[in-house]
Design a protein around this ligand. Structure first.
Ligand code: ADP
Ligand code: NI
Length: 193
């Protein structure tokens, strides 16, 4: 299949799962992660198709969304199988999806391929900056949590993400967003002290 059509079809498949998501994993997030991953991948030697597919498919098997905890990217694998890619290619995409999340890397840093590092960086960039702040309060509201609980998430995760980025290319995109996050956090603390 021509790549443009493949990407369009993959977006449509993912939209059929995430269209009603209001937890911060909607198609806006997927589109932004895809665009960021493409922007970073452009500057790095890597398999761009693996980056693109992993970016589009990265959240459909998240236990927070599927409410399952299989720890395997079942939906993405079934989808890629229908396209008749070989097992090696499918494993490459699915290993990224299985190993890139913050929680999976909390206790022990997972070994990622360069393609995995790029998609992980793109996902993390979308968790900071103005969009990251908006997603955090949206998530908090959906889970019946107050503003202060969402602010705790800044300490637990968001403020750490910049230093955890894998690639220098991602760091240069992320820097203004990280600085904005820090300013927001400090201002919030100032107004609520
Ligand atoms: P992704 O898998 O896309 O990296 P997550 O599933 O970790 O993102 O979270 C989705 C969005 O919800 C993120 O922007 C994140 O900051 C926010 N979020 C996740 N956990 C919490 C929490 N405990 N409190 C507030 N926001 C959260
Ligand atoms: Ni994501």
């Amino acid at each position: 299949m021509e790549e443009k059509l493949l990407i369009e079809n993959t977006f449509k498949f993912v939209a059929s799962i995430l269209d009603n998501d209001y937890s911060g994993h909607d198609m806006g997030h997927i589109t932004r992660v895809y665009n960021l991953a493409c922007e970073i991948a452009e500057k790095i030697t890597c398999d761009k198709l693996v980056v693109k597919l992993a970016a589009i498919l990265h959240d459909i098997d998240d236990p927070k969304i599927t409410k399952l905890n299989t720890g395997d990217c079942t939906k993405a694998r079934v989808y890629l199988n229908t396209l008749q890619y070989d097992k090696e290619f499918i494993d490459k995409v699915c290993d990224i999806i299985n190993n890139m999340s913050f929680s999976k890397n909390k206790e022990k840093k997972q070994v990622l391929t360069i393609e995995g590092m790029i998609v992980q960086d793109a996902d993390r960039i979308d968790a900071i900056g103005a969009v990251g702040i908006a997603r955090t309060f949206q998530f908090g509201g959906q889970h019946n949590r107050g503003m202060n609980s969402s602010i705790d998430h800044f300490d637990d995760k968001l403020l750490k993400l910049y230093d955890l980025l894998n690639t220098d290319e991602a760091k240069s995109v992320a820097k203004p967003r990280h600085d904005f996050l820090v300013d927001f956090y400090n201002q919030f603390k100032e107004e609520t002290k």
